[in-house]
Write a protein that binds this ligand. Structure first.
Ligand code: ZN
Length: 512
């Protein structure tokens, strides 16, 4: 038996285009190009770590140099001398350069000087430059010179996880391929196949967890699988993977979200303590809470989206999410989502995750608790009696208004549904004084008609005789609208609400 353990990612590294995982578009384009003899002098592969950039580069090098046929082939044999040497990283004409350790221009010049010599054993000299974005500016310039007039026998294959750091001048001379994040289902299939080869048990739920945690990277997923196999002695189940990933069980997450949305701060914080004590990673918990919010939103009855049985939750957990959704609006879900997204970098930067998380819980509950703007409007509509439902005003029974301040007068006008006068008064009239049935005021709109109408209304409705004294120059008093606005801004609840919306401005205030 072989005593040295080869990590799964290396052992099951793709050796040909057919076995490249999850990169169908790239495979199709590249094989067609090779089969039709359209071979470029420079390629650049970009994508997150572990998606197969260097594997693809090696397969391409094999395809170009395989000696099984007369020329390059999209199906390298894998057994000829060239194929085997390239797979082992030992071919004399295929140079793998890690740009991270060859950033300088001298290194690059030295490497590029050798391009003038013809290949020794292969058809092409292939330069695979990994993490090419790490090169210095002068090294890029040296590379560019060679790319501008490459010798016919030289092929460059550049790979990078950060394409934005590669100069456009370089990019414009390369054929670019984007390696995509490998989908969860594809990863699951791959991991299940490997588990079978390795004769280890891998439960479907454990596999699902690994595939999701891999986040599109075959290599990350396989190193997690390695770790899980080592920790469980080959019986990889959900509990073991949960434990390894330091994740709280999904049922716990559903529980937690239910408590959080119920509005009981004390019990939500106690639950957070419990989850933390049980060893869950709080950043992971936040990720799980976001996952929950995403699915709860998709499952929300108002959206009526079909196909929600594809959730990562069990039937029982789905049932509970539906139950929670009966009491939670779509708006609340979308607002807590925003707060959670904003908290991700905060959690990462924080030296004390638990503190950060506790504060997040309080913030989330505060947000979940607040009615949304449409909800407030709806509430106002139901609380303000409409004219239709109001019985005809019987003046003999109506209490005569007492008017001592500008606000009193505004309220009286509003109650009497004198909306034109109410609106003009609250917007234009600066009241200086109200005393002994005399109102001193400045009228910004200078409307004499208003004065006549108001005095008539006051005389008819207050049982007293009024005098309106219009002054010619403003005493810089606030109108009723301005008073209400400054009172509203000073209200801590409103200030709180305003802070939720960027660049919020109060444009109007409706009274209940
Ligand atoms: Zn071969």
């Amino acid at each position: 038996m072989d005593n040295t353990y080869t990590v799964l990612a290396r052992k099951y590294r793709s050796q040909d285009f057919k076995s490249l995982i999850g990169q169908d578009v790239l495979v199709k384009t590249l094989t067609t190009a090779i089969n039709t003899g359209r071979i470029a002098h420079a390629y650049i592969f970009t994508g997150i770590r572990g998606t197969g950039k260097t594997s693809t580069a090696r397969i391409l090098a094999k395809a170009l140099n395989c000696t099984a046929g007369d020329g390059p082939t999209a199906n390298p044999c894998g057994v000829c001398e060239n194929c085997r040497a390239i797979a082992a990283g030992q071919h004399i004409d295929v140079l793998e350069i890690d740009a991270a350790s060859h950033t300088g221009v001298d290194n690059m010049r030295e490497i590029l000087d050798a391009t003038q010599y013809r290949p020794t054993n292969g058809r092409y000299k292939v330069y695979i430059i990994d993490e090419v974005h790490m090169l210095s500016a002068s090294a890029f310039n040296a590379l560019l010179k060679t790319l501008e007039e490459p010798p016919a026998h030289v092929i460059f294959i550049l790979a990078t996880t950060d394409i934005r750091k590669v100069p456009v001048t370089i990019l414009s001379r390369c054929q670019r391929f984007d390696l995509v994040r490998v989908p969860v289902d594809t990863l699951k299939k791959h991991f299940a196949w490997i588990a079978e080869q390795e004769k280890v048990e891998l439960s479907d739920t454990a596999n699902e967890l690994l595939a999701r945690a891999a986040d599109g990277s075959v290599r990350d997923g396989l190193s997690l699988l390695d770790q899980a196999i080592a920790q469980t002695g080959g019986h990889v189940d959900e509990a073991a993977v949960m434990d390894m990933l330091k994740r709280a069980d999904r049922g716990v997450v559903v529980d937690f979200m239910q408590t959080l949305l119920s509005g009981n701060v004390a019990s939500a914080l106690a639950k957070a303590d419990e989850i933390y004590t049980n060893g869950a990673d709080l950043s992971m918990l936040l990720t799980d809470m976001m996952e929950w919010t995403h699915w709860a939103t998709r499952m929300h009855p108002t959206l009526r989206i079909s196909g929600t049985q594809n959730t990562p939750y069990t039937a029982d957990q789905r049932e509970r999410i539906n139950e929670i959704n009966k009491h939670v609006t779509l708006n609340t879900l979308s607002r807590i989502w925003q707060v959670m997204v904003a908290a991700v970098p905060e959690m990462q930067a924080s030296t004390n995750q638990k503190q950060c998380f506790d504060m997040l819980v309080v913030r989330l509950m505060h947000i979940a608790d607040m009615p949304s703007v449409p909800e407030i409007l709806k509430q106002q509509k139901t609380e303000t009696p409409t004219p239709v439902s109001t019985p005809a005003v019987d003046t003999t029974k109506v209490e005569k208004p007492t008017i001592k301040t500008a606000t009193d007068l505004a309220d009286a006008l509003q109650s009497a549904r004198e909306m034109m006068m109410y609106s003009y008064f609250t917007k234009n009239i600066e009241v200086s004084e109200i005393a002994n049935n005399t109102i001193c005021y400045f009228d910004r709109g200078n409307d004499n008609d208003f004065q006549q109408r108001l005095v008539l209304w006051l005389n008819n409705n207050t049982g007293a005789k009024w005098v309106l004294k219009k002054i010619e120059t403003s005493h810089q008093n606030q109108t009723v609208n301005e008073q209400t606005k400054s009172e509203t801004v000073a209200d801590p609840m409103v200030a709180d609400a305003m802070s939720l919306f960027e660049n919020a401005e109060i444009v109007g205030i409706s009274k209940q």
